[in-house]
Design a protein around this ligand. Structure first.
Ligand SMILES: [Zn+2]
Length: 58
């Protein structure tokens, strides 16, 4: 069982998937990816909150 968050689920046309064993792990990866690939200067708590809802267990 893994937790997955896809860029596509957030509404971004990007093939990236953040994967991890825990929600925190996934959010950490997603935040790093958003900063690096999508030029997000700051990943706010609001972002994290909305991403959290989109995380799926596969
Ligand atoms: Zn992406």
């Amino acid at each position: 069982m893994a937790k997955v968050l896809k860029c596509k689920d957030v509404g971004i046309d990007c093939a990236f998937e953040a994967q991890g064993k825990t929600i925190d792990e996934v959010l950490k990866q997603a935040a790093a990816h958003a900063r690096k690939e999508h030029g997000a200067k700051r990943v706010t708590q609001d972002y994290l909150k909305s991403w959290k809802k989109l995380i799926r267990t596969v």
